[in-house]
Design a protein around this ligand. Structure first.
Ligand code: FES
Length: 127
């Protein structure tokens, strides 16, 4: 059974202008935001190969919609999370909502008693 979700504000839209990416946190989970021509997409910011920070990767493909992991070069479509090269490999994507100039992503409601604010001080790929 799917866990309930809520939308959490992770950044202001003007902090992620078109053509850029930004690492953010949502309830302790590192995420990568990509703005492709005004459409914002959210993915886990952890490469499924060995944990590389996707937000730090080069961009390629139509409308720069492919991100290349900076550690070993696996590629993912930021719109779907799927690898164009490795069938079955993908990064989790999250639903995005823009509200009052803020970027919100759908995150799972944490279990009762957990600390959703516990996280390292710097998101992966961002210094
Ligand atoms: S960690 Fe991303 S390709 Fe290896």
């Amino acid at each position: 059974m799917a866990r309930p979700t809520r939308f959490a504000t992770v950044a202001m839209l003007d902090a992620v202008p078109p053509g850029t990416a930004r690492a953010v946190w949502a309830d302790g989970v590192p995420l990568a935001l990509f703005n492709l021509g005004g459409e914002v997409y959210a993915l886990d910011n952890v490469c499924p190969h060995a944990g590389g920070p996707l937000v730090g990767g080069a961009r390629a493909g139509p409308c720069a919609g492919i991100v290349v992991c900076p550690w070993h070069g696996w590629r993912f479509d930021v719109r779907t999370g799927e690898s164009p090269d490795l069938p079955g490999e993908r990064v989790r994507t999250l639903s995005v909502c823009l509200k009052d100039g803020a970027i919100q992503v759908a995150v799972e409601v944490p279990p009762a008693g957990s600390d959703p604010t516990a996280r390292p001080s710097t998101p992966p790929g961002q210094s």
